[in-house]
Design a protein around this ligand. Structure first.
Ligand SMILES: NC(=O)c1ccc[n+]([C@@H]2O[C@H](COP(=O)([O-])OP(=O)(O)OC[C@H]3O[C@@H](n4cnc5c(N)ncnc54)[C@H](O)[C@@H]3O)[C@@H](O)[C@H]2O)c1
Length: 455
C-alpha cells in the first residue's frame, strides 16, 4: 500500500486521527516516462508544511464565501488576512463581520476582476480559498499556487479537461496542494458510511449512486429591489444556455469516490452520459417572466454512468431545475449490504438472513446502534461545535476544521489535486458524451499511475 493510502486510511478509519501524524515527512517520488524524461513528482502523500497558525486569503465573498468565512473564523488558530470581491456589497458585509467579531480588518481587494492576483501576491498567506463562479476557479487556483500558496477551491475545480490537467501540473511543479473543498464528504452520514465501508460492513463494493438534484429555479432567478441579480442568479443560469451535461458533479460523487477508495487502489476509468429534454427552466421562465429571451440547452435531468478500473459502476445524476425534493442519492452497494440516503437507510445481508425480511433498517431508533458504532472520530470530537456553528448541518465546519488541522499538524490533506481533477472531470466528459449521443469517454489517469498504490 502506498504511503498516501496509509495516511488516508488512518484518517478514514476514523479512530486513528492521532496516528496520522506518523506520515509527516513523506515526499512524492519521481517517475521516468517512456521518453526517458523525468515526470514531475507526485503530490500523493505529500504533507502540508507544519505551521503554528493558518493565514488565509479568500477570493469571492458572496453567499458561499461569507458562509465559509464564518465557519473559518470559528476554527482555532485561523487568521483571515485578505478578502477579495468585485462586488462592493460583499466587501461591506465582510467589514461588518470582522468589526462585529472585534477582529482586525483583513486587507481588502476590490479593484476589478483581476485584483485577486494582488491578493495572491500578499506574502503573509498560507492558504487561499476560492468561492467565485465556476468560470474563475481554475485561473484563481493556478494563480494561488504560482504565488506559493495552497489553494482550496470550490466545486468544481475546473470545467474543461485542459484546465484540470493544468491544475495537476501546476500543483506538481509548485509543490502546493490544490484541494477541491468538497464539503459533502464531511457530512455526518457520509463520514459514517465511510467508516462502514472501510470496516467492511458492505463487503466488496460493487456500485454507487450519486447526484445533485436540487430545485434551484428560484435561486437562478433571484433579483434585489433594484432589479440586480442576486448571488448565483448572476452566473449559474448562463451555464444552462451554453452546455448540456452534468454541470455540478462533485457533491454526490466525492463521497462515493471516498467509499470506493478511488486513488487508493482504484480509479475512474470511463463514462457514458445522456440528458433528457430541456423543459423545466424554459417553462418556468415563460410563466414567471414571460421568458427572458434566453435559450436553454441543458437537459433537465442528466444521467451518467461511470465505470472504475476495478469494474465498479456509479450512477451520477444532475437536475437543478425540476420540482422535486433535494437528494444526492448517497448510495453504496456491496456484497454484504447497502446504504442509501434521503431518507437514510441501511440494508445488511446478515440481518435480513435472520429476520427473513428484505427490508431496509430505517428510522431514527433502528439506525441508532449503527450510528453509535460508526460515528466518525471527527464528528465525535467537534460535532457539537459543528452543528452549532457550521453551514449545511455542520459539514462545512468539520471540513474547515479538518483542513486547518492538517496544516497545523503537517498532515497529508484528505484530498489532493488528483481527486479535484477526477471528481470534476464528469463536467466536461458528460458534455462530450451527450454531444456524441452517449459516446464512451475515457478518464485520463491524472495520477500518472500512483492511483494503484504500486507506482
Ligand atoms: N460547497 C457548497 O456547498 C457550495 C454551496 C454554494 C456554492 N458553492 C460554490 O461556491 C462558488 C460561489 O457560489 P456562491 O453561491 O457564493 O455565488 P455568489 O454569486 O453568491 O458569489 C460569488 C462571488 O464571487 C464574486 N466574484 C465574481 N468574479 C470575481 C472576481 N473576478 N474576483 C473576485 N470576486 C469575484 C462575486 O462578486 C460574488 O460575490 C460556486 O462555485 C458555487 O458552485 C458551493
Amino acid at each position: 500500500m502506498s504511503q498516501s493510502a496509509i495516511s488516508r486510511r488512518f484518517f478514514l478509519q476514523a479512530s486513528a486521527l492521532a496516528g496520522a501524524t506518523a506520515t509527516i515527512g513523506l515526499a512524492g517520488e519521481s517517475k521516468s516516462t517512456k521518453s526517458g524524461a523525468v515526470a514531475p513528482k507526485t503530490m500523493m502523500g505529500v504533507p502540508f508544511e507544519k505551521v503554528d497558525k493558518v493565514r488565509i486569503g479568500i477570493i469571492g465573498a458572496g453567499a458561499r464565501g461569507q458562509s465559509v468565512m464564518s465557519d473559518l473564523l470559528n476554527v482555532p488558530k485561523v487568521e483571515i488576512r485578505a478578502v477579495c470581491d468585485i462586488d462592493p456589497r460583499m466587501i461591506e458585509l465582510t467589514k461588518k463581520r470582522f468589526s462585529k467579531k472585534g477582529l482586525p480588518e483583513p486587507r481588502l481587494y476590490a479593484k476589478g476582476p483581476h485584483d485577486f492576483e494582488n491578493l495572491c501576491k500578499q506574502d503573509d498567506l498560507d492558504f487561499i480559498y476560492i468561492a467565485t463562479p465556476w468560470e474563475w476557479h481554475t485561473e484563481m487556483a493556478l494563480c494561488a499556487m504560482n504565488h506559493g500558496k495552497h489553494a482550496g477551491v470550490e466545486v468544481p475545480a475546473g470545467v474543461t479537461m485542459p484546465q484540470l490537467w493544468e491544475l495537476v501540473r501546476t500543483s506538481e511543479r509548485t509543490r502546493k496542494h490544490c484541494m477541491m473543498l468538497e464539503n459533502c464528504c464531511y457530512g455526518d452520514n457520509e463520514m459514517m458510511v465511510l467508516a462502514m465501508a472501510r470496516q467492511g460492513l458492505f463487503g466488496t463494493i460493487t456500485h454507487g449512486e450519486a447526484a445533485y438534484i436540487h430545485n434551484l429555479r428560484m435561486v437562478m432567478n433571484e433579483q434585489d429591489k433594484e432589479g440586480r441579480y442576486v448571488s448565483e442568479a448572476a452566473w449559474r443560469r448562463a451555464w444552462h444556455t451554453k452546455e448540456n451535461g452534468n454541470l455540478y458533479p462533485t457533491h454526490g460523487l466525492g463521497p462515493v469516490c471516498w467509499y470506493m477508495g478511488i486513488h487508493q487502489g482504484d480509479r475512474l476509468d470511463s463514462l457514458v452520459s445522456m440528458s433528457s429534454l430541456e423543459a423545466s427552466l424554459s417553462e418556468d421562465q415563460q410563466e414567471r417572466f414571460k421568458g427572458r429571451g434566453e435559450h436553454y440547452v441543458c437537459g433537465d435531468m442528466n444521467t451518467s454512468i461511470l465505470r472504475t478500473v476495478k469494474g465498479r459502476t456509479i450512477l451520477l445524476q444532475h437536475d437543478t431545475v425540476s420540482p422535486r425534493p433535494y437528494t444526492r442519492h448517497n448510495m453504496i452497494q456491496g456484497t454484504k449490504g447497502a446504504f442509501a440516503d434521503y431518507p437514510e437507510r441501511l440494508y445488511l445481508d446478515e440481518v435480513a438472513k435472520k429476520t427473513r425480511k428484505h427490508e431496509w433498517i430505517e428510522g431514527e431508533d433502528a439506525l441508532k446502534p449503527y450510528r453509535e458504532q460508526y460515528v466518525h472520530e471527527l464528528w465525535k470530537r467537534v460535532g457539537d461545535l459543528a452543528r452549532k456553528n457550521g453551514g449545511h448541518g455542520g459539514m462545512d465546519y468539520i471540513m474547515c476544521y479538518r483542513v486547518v488541522e492538517c496544516m497545523l499538524e503537517g498532515l497529508t490533506p484528505d484530498f489532493n489535486v488528483y481527486d479535484a481533477a477526477a471528481w470534476s472531470a464528469p463536467f466536461p466528459l458528460s458534455i462530450a458524451s451527450v454531444k456524441g449521443g452517449g459516446s464512451l469517454q475515457k478518464f485520463p489517469d491524472f495520477t500518472n499511475g500512483h492511483w494503484s498504490g504500486k507506482a
